[in-house]
Ligand binder design. Structure first.
Ligand code: MF3
Ligand code: CO
Ligand code: CO
Length: 254
């Protein structure tokens, strides 16, 4: 069942989503060579709590930290650790989900650590474009499958693969609600898109194969071929005429 948010619920979705977005803005200057992902986790945790919210990942199905930090060939759900110290040339995804006034907002960004290779830079830039072209498909009367179709076409045109084992999701009172938003697919298939729906679009794009492997910690998802992976995520509201990005950052406003 896909929930349709009321006017009041949409206001609350906007507030939690703005906090998630501002957490990514806050953490940006700390993403530098020499910092550990555990330190970044603690900074995000404190920022979220100081703003009256709770970091949704913490204890979610046993996840032990407040944000996910996914480095280089980690696709998603990386666990912050003192042992993971950033170095020049890394790419790091930080995935922030906030729980404020009973609603979740979910967003992530892949950061450059110092100077990165052309290969990594292009992967990250194309992944952002994949998320945006997926978002641009969203309008009442369209289908969820339209989103994945557009993402898949763009990723494949650059020779990249799209992760199929993890997907976007409805979001609201629950962290993960219906529908599943798969990042591959066929136009005109899947659930009908209606005003008042809120869901995430969060493509994971790989330099090499699409296949994943989960570490024994039960969380960390890696690429099977150890080639790098990038991701971006926004929480989207379906409006009467299209969409609104609820987790948009200042840097993305033109
Ligand atoms: N934030 C992730 C998502 O985009 C989910 C993380 S689940 C966790 O859906 F348990 F790993 F935090
Ligand atoms: Co999500
Ligand atoms: Co997320």
């Amino acid at each position: 069942m896909i929930s349709i948010k009321s006017k009041r619920e949409i206001e609350l979705m906007k507030a939690t989503s703005r906090l998630a977005a501002s957490t990514l803005e806050y953490i940006e200057p700390f993403v530098k060579p020499g910092v550990s992902t555990e330190e970044l986790n603690q900074l995000c945790h404190d920022y979220i709590v100081e703003h009256g919210a709770y970091p949704s990942p913490l204890n979610y199905h046993g996840f032990p930290k407040s944000v996910c930090t996914s480095l280089n060939h980690v696709i998603c759900h990386g666990i912050p650790s003192k042992k993971d110290v950033l170095k020049d040339g890394d790419i790091l995804n930080i995935d922030v989900t906030t729980y404020l006034n009973k609603f979740h907002g979910d967003t992530n960004k892949t950061f450059f650590v110092g100077e990165v290779s052309e290969e990594n830079k292009k992967l990250v830039e194309v992944t952002y474009e994949c998320m945006m072209i997926g978002i641009e498909q969203v309008k009442p009367g369209g289908h969820i499958g339209d989103i994945g179709a557009a993402i898949q076409e763009l990723a494949h045109s650059h020779g990249y693969s799209v992760v199929e084992d993890y997907c976007g999701h409805g979001i609201g009172r629950e962290f993960h609600e219906d529908p599943q938003v798969v990042h591959v697919g066929k136009r005109g298939t899947g659930a009908l898109i209606k005003p008042g729906m809120t869901f995430t679009i969060e493509p994971m794009i790989n330099l090499g194969v699409k296949h994943c492997k989960v570490l024994k910690d039960g969380w960390t998802v890696l690429t099977k071929d150890k080639k790098n992976s990038a991701q971006f995520e926004h929480t989207i509201l379906v409006t009467e005429t299209g969409y609104e990005i609820l987790t948009l950052r200042e840097e993305e406003k033109k």
